[in-house]
Design a protein around this ligand. Structure first.
Ligand SMILES: Cc1ncc(COP(=O)(O)O)c(C=O)c1O
Length: 378
């Protein structure tokens, strides 16, 4: 699919139109799944040959092309076995014994992996409050990599991403942005100067809680070539069926996100006044500390709301046990609404309140979602 330079399609068109076979008689409308672990190949393999299913699979191509177009990247994305495989791949760009700046709040898998590398590989780690721009910039001096996530999971803090990315560039620090929460429909970090973007496509891209997959995107050919080589050697590749399902999910991402985001806004407003809730975090609420930045930087406030249940962790667990429509489960970004008390995970930072319940708002009827939540809150 070529995108005319003069009239690039809008992102909500790209999700539908990118990565299709050419318009020609007898071509399928959807790209096929290729289930083959190896490909006809003779003699010394040419650089362009497929060769083997760990090196390449034609089912990845339309997915990688589509994610790249969405992130405004000329080079194809790289698909991985999971979001964490994508995170690990990006972290492998660090030099031995390097220094990384990470947010004190972010997806706990990424934080735990960095903590593990700190112990085992002598990585030097600087943990900062990303919402505090001055502190984050001060931490960049002499670092090798800045790991950025905004809004953060699950606290929904909003970083001043353009300013941090510019400061990192000036300081010669490689930047990686986990764009899972915002999706490229709401934030395109490469346009703001990020070197690398990672995704858990398990979330909004897949969108149906039926696939685990990750992606890395970079405009830098040298970085992409290193990542590509390491993916082949590490073998953290996406299964062809998972790649196909993820692309199928992306086709409706714009619709799903619009609907879920509108419901998240409505629920956040209503829950903000609820007596059984001590605090609602949602960047779309005018009183939220991240609101101003989010309004300036994001093309939408997203579909994750965090609530703190009055009465503590026990009251939060009691509420979760009473839900009939919302599913008490981890993960986010699916069509079905999920709720989870994040501190039930031992890896969650202790500064995340233990009564904080992360709501991943799905696409059900918003009144039903509200009725179910308020009934469970009692
Ligand atoms: C922001 C973020 N990044 C990365 C991941 C890891 O992705 P996966 O579960 O696909 O490995 C998650 C998973 O919850 C996440 O929320």
């Amino acid at each position: 699919m070529t995108r005319p330079e003069s009239a690039p399609w809008a992102p909500d068109t790209v999700v539908v139109s990118a990565g299709r076979p050419p318009h020609a008689v007898d071509q399928p409308v959807n790209s096929p799944i290729v289930l083959s672990s190896t490909f006809h190949s003779l003699g010394e393999p040419d650089a362009g040959e497929k060769v083997y299913g760990r090196f390449t699979n034609p089912t990845w191509d339309p997915l990688e092309e589509t994610i790249a177009q969405l992130e405004d990247c000329e080079l194809p994305a790289l698909a991985y076995a999971s979001g964490m495989a994508a995170v690990a791949a990006a972290l492998s760009l660090l030099p031995p014994g390097g220094t990384i700046v990470i947010p004190s709040h972010a997806y706990n898998g990424s934080l735990s992996l960095v903590a593990e590398l700190e112990k085992t590989l002598g990585l030097s780690v600087r943990r900062v409050d990303l919402a505090d721009t001055d502190a984050a910039i001060a931490a960049l001096a002499g670092a090798d990599m800045a790991w950025l996530e905004s809004p953060t999971n699950p606290m929904l803090e909003v970083a001043d991403l353009p300013v941090l990315l510019a400061a990192a560039r000036e300081a010669g620090v490689l930047t990686v942005v986990d764009n899972t929460f915002s999706t490229p429909l709401r934030q395109r970090p490469l346009q703001q100067g990020a070197d690398v973007v990672v995704h858990s496509a398990t979330k909004y891209m897949g969108g149906h809680s039926d696939v685990v997959l990750g992606a890395v995107v970079t405009r830098n050919p040298e970085l992409r070539s290193r990542l590509h080589g390491m993916r082949t050697l590490h073998g953290a590749i996406a299964g062809p069926f998972e790649a196909w399902l993820t692309l199928r999910g992306i086709r409706t991402m714009a619709l799903r996100l619009d609907r879920a985001e509108a419901s998240a806004m409505e629920l956040a407003k209503r829950l903000a006044g609820h007596p059984a809730i001590s605090r609602v975090r949602y960047p779309g609420l005018p009183e939220d500390p991240g609101h101003q930045r989010a309004a300036e930087q994001l093309e939408g406030f997203g579909a994750i709301v965090a609530i703190e249940v009055a009465g503590g962790a026990e009251a939060a667990d009691a509420m979760l046990a009473k839900l009939l429509l919302w599913t008490p489960a981890t993960s986010l970004g699916g069509v079905e609404s999920l709720a989870e008390r994040r501190r039930r995970h031992p890896g969650e930072p202790g500064t995340v309140p233990d009564n904080l319940v992360r709501l991943s708002v799905g696409i059900e009827n918003v009144e039903d979602l509200h009725v179910d939540l308020t009934a469970a809150l009692g």
